[in-house]
Design a protein around this ligand. Structure first.
Ligand SMILES: *Cc1c(COP(=O)(O)O)cnc(C)c1O
Length: 232
């Protein structure tokens, strides 16, 4: 299948999953994960109806994003962010950073923005909903405390939560991860923490996005199902 056909197929699957879940497909953002893809391939995707792109490595984003400026509507950073890379990623102006799981990282972003008089950065908190499977993300029972701490930083705004579902073919276990994230999302919403908005629920990748949509995702992050298997 061509890239264009893959994109059409994904959009159709998003629509079907949304309708199954009694949801409006238009409220689900398709974030196309462009890691390992060349700028030529990404441009082709952007010419075929893709608007939102995500990268997970700072170096790679630095190499590609400046060349794509003006061609995408939004660039999101979705990978683990080491604090020594903050100075490189923030100037690329990611619309959203999905992967904040430590106060120290948030604090350094806040400081960098203040020093350079840049715009407030929107972020999501990454939660480890699968315990053993993923190294990154804060544990569910520590989330509320972290969010309250970060909410005090003037140059960062929390806009929601992100998780990576457990890597398994067992649908029940995947669904459990997404339900956990949604429950935390609702709990935080009820806490009405000043300047914290529970707007985005970023969950679901190529293998599990339909389950994620059924469980309430409004950002899904898709790479392989659009571009094919990655060539590292
Ligand atoms: C690579 C990646 C994705 C996309 O994974 P696919 O299985 O290729 O769709 C989504 N989220 C994160 C954080 C990733 O690193």
């Amino acid at each position: 299948m061509t890239l264009n056909e893959n994109i059409a197929k994904i959009k159709e699957r998003i629509n079907k999953a949304a309708i199954r879940a009694n949801r409006d497909p238009r409220e689900i953002k398709l974030l196309t994960v462009t890691k390992t893809q060349s700028t030529e391939t990404i441009e082709e995707a952007l010419q075929n109806g893709i608007q939102f792109i995500g990268e997970n490595k700072v170096q790679e984003a630095e190499d590609k994003i400046p060349y794509l400026e003006g061609k995408y509507a939004e660039f999101h950073f979705i990978g683990h962010l080491q604090s020594n890379k903050i100075k490189k990623i923030i100037p690329l102006q990611p619309t959203l950073i999905h992967s904040i799981d430590k106060f120290s990282t948030a604090k350094k972003i806040d400081k960098f923005i203040a020093e350079h008089k840049l715009q407030i950065q929107d972020i999501l908190i990454q939660i480890n909903t699968s315990d053993e499977a993923s190294k990154f993300g804060i544990y569910p029972n520590e989330t509320s405390k972290l969010i309250k701490q970060i909410s005090e930083l003037p140059n960062i705004r929390i806009k929601g939560l992100m998780t990576i579902g457990v890597f398994t073919s067992n649908e029940k276990n995947i669904r459990k991860c997404f339900r956990t994230l949604k429950q935390i999302f609702e709990k935080i919403k009820q806490q009405k923490i000043p300047s914290v908005e529970m707007k985005y629920l970023s969950m679901g990748m190529s293998n599990d996005f339909e389950i994620a949509i059924e469980e309430g995702a409004n950002i899904i992050r898709i790479g392989t199902a659009i571009f094919g298997a990655r060539n590292y």
